[in-house]
Design a protein around this ligand. Sequence first.
Ligand SMILES: Cc1cc2nc3c(=O)[nH]c(=O)nc-3n(C[C@H](O)[C@H](O)[C@H](O)COP(=O)(O)O)c2cc1C
Length: 391
Amino acid sequence: MGRKLIAPLNYLYRQLRPFLFSRDAEKMHDRMLSSVEIFSKLPGFHSLLRSQFFYENPLLRTQLFVKNITNPIGLAAGFDKDGRIHPSLFALGFGFVEIGTVTPRPQEGNPRPRLFRLKEDQAVINRMGFNNQGACKMAERLNTNRLKIKPADTHIFECSKDYHANIASGMLGINIGKNHDTAIDKASEDYVSALSTLYPFAEYFTLNISSPNTENLRKLQKKEALRILLDSVCAKRDKLDKNFSRKTPLLVKLAPDTDEESLENTSRVIQEFSIQGLIASNTTVERTKLKSKFQTETGGLSGKPLQKKSTAMIRNLFAELGKGIPIIGVGGIFNGADAYEKIKAGAAAVQIYTALIYEGPGIVLKVKAELANLLKKDGYKSVSEAIGTDH
Ligand SMILES: Cc1cc2nc3c(=O)[nH]c(=O)nc-3n(C[C@H](O)[C@H](O)[C@H](O)COP(=O)(O)O)c2cc1C
């Protein structure tokens, strides 16, 4: 395992990092996506990734929304907004990958620059504003992938259980949002539209109502607006599930910038509906004790400075909900101890984004191996036993 912790590809990333970090953050991200997209067409590319980053441990096997996954470490939304490279991301060893945020219609997002690395703070500020190619393009791409996997099946957008069985051993989630020019009182229509278009491809959907970079979006977390939204989205999901004899989990992703009372109100409304999970949390608009010159940039802050805040939120949510609704913990996870802290606070699984930028692709293996060691040290037989044990 020691050898694998410094897998050559990760070593290469660490060597290249000063160069990569001297360039525009978004351009580098786009180039990485394009390169991986090209490389993934080469035979053996995914096997190479898998061989470099393979790590499995029975302690990490768990169930998320009734599906068995090999580990509870997921990729957070925003990294692969259009679902271009998720098979390669699974090959890095993620137990689940969330693509998006995708909106019904394509949109440019906010003017550039809109992504900043705060190196001294191990953080990122982004105000991307849901730049994405739209739900139809994503559906086409996912459908093509499916056809590649199962050539005999030519029924376009047919809802097939085999798609999920084949994409990977991991779980694919799709994070959906509203277009920036859709009025907030019409937001439900956008979520329903994105869900309908992408329904065959998602093993779960996340309703993103917490990005700070789309005007008024966070207002959807308020009681009445949330009721209206969940009412229509759940109805659509239930109808589709009935037609296709499936059960598609719906998750809601929350902002960390809410006081305890508002969070309680939000979680009460969520409990009125058939919602299968919560994600805590999205990025924060709060700025405390940062060092980087980019600290005053507008947008959502992620990475180390978000860590404690998102863990506190998980703790509050778990205190309110118990194990009834699984919580996915995200915010500033850089190692196994960070992941463990969120699990003990109440997270059933965790996600990573910013650490992938700072640490490179080996972060997945590292978090898994360290988490497994911590679980073993504390005498747990499975990661699920550790959920919420701080309470
Ligand atoms: C550049 C960037 C883009 C993001 N885009 C999205 C997005 O489209 N949808 C979303 O729900 N979260 C988005 N996020 C938030 C992440 O999914 C995650 O909740 C947050 O970054 C905290 O995790 P981290 O500290 O591990 O990065 C984005 C984060 C970053 C850094």
